[in-house]
Write a protein that binds this ligand. Sequence first.
Ligand SMILES: Cc1cc2nc3c(=O)[nH]c(=O)nc-3n(C[C@H](O)[C@H](O)[C@H](O)COP(=O)(O)O)c2cc1C
Length: 362
Amino acid sequence: MTRPDDSFSFPRTGIEVRNRSVLAAMTNQQSNPDGTLSEQEIEWLLRRAEGSFGIVTTAASHVVPEGQGWDGEMGVWGDHQLPGLTRLATEIRDRGAVSLAQIFHGGMRSPQRLTGVQPVSSSVNPTSDSDSGETRELTETEIESLIGSFAAAAARCEKAGFDGVEIHGAHGYLICQFLGIETNRRKDRWGGSLENRARFLLEIISRIKESTSEKFTIGVRISPEYRKLGVTMEDSLSLTTLLVEAGLDFIHISCWDCFVPPAHFDDPRPITEIFAEKISRKVPIISAGAIWSTKQALEVIEQGADLVGVARSGIGHANWASNLNDPEYNPQRPPFTEEHLLSQGLSPIFVNYMRNWPGFVE
Ligand SMILES: Cc1cc2nc3c(=O)[nH]c(=O)nc-3n(C[C@H](O)[C@H](O)[C@H](O)COP(=O)(O)O)c2cc1C
């Protein structure tokens, strides 16, 4: 029986992880306007590496300037970002954790106010802010160019010393917009069937593999369901077959709550269990959502996850992962006081950002 404090090894790349915990990607708005990392952003992640997390994932980071989704977002699109990325990757490794950079493009959620250009998407879609109007549909040439930008960003992350990348295909951003039948109404080879809607993601994976070494870990984060965009459990389950064929190192399912069944799918089991049955150990699974205690981490492993992703418990408790050998560990949950969050290595900017999450800051 696997326990949360057991080590793990990625079968293809041989990268060793000291336990089953993953600090999930968390946007914190602490990066500099040119996408370089700030001291505060490095500090908050290093505290989690010190706190025994097996894998430390960066915040979602845009692969081209036009893909930026919000203020203070980390970028992986230029060599001027290399010194900060190198320091972060090196110091995460020095603290015994594996590092992943989460790479993405916001698509219809990259506001013109930030990027200076009309947002793009798989098709013409509404945007998230009133100033941006509608998106423009990407041309074939632009799609090819963006695939190259994802690959260049991954190569840059490897050069900086990261152990791998997590391609952000979840939460409604550009890759998710290609996957969703509502936001992707293209008639060409990038739209229509699931194979076509997944082509953007699959080409990104293939190009990243060509641009990085065999030791570089490559995974994808997906939303099992995202109804507004037309991402369904049926499609997401079929997508895993394509992802397994693509030779990925992990699939990260973003459940939001690992302990409830999917909202729009006729199966009473938790989402992880349904995916684990389908994937049947052909590729490691990370699952995330509402994990606070060691018992809950164990439960998600029993549902079939190889690694468990945590976000909010990792914000509240920098040393969360060092307690995984205690089966009774059940840390304090929100609301947290500002003083407590500052003591856990959050800057005042990050604490302020957390006020957007209802009930998190006291
Ligand atoms: C402050 C904050 C920022 C987040 N930013 C990202 C992000 O950049 N990329 C991403 O894939 N998920 C992001 N998420 C979602 C988390 O990775 C995670 O899936 C979600 O919070 C559920 O896990 P939890 O219950 O452990 O918090 C964010 C969550 C929080 C709380």
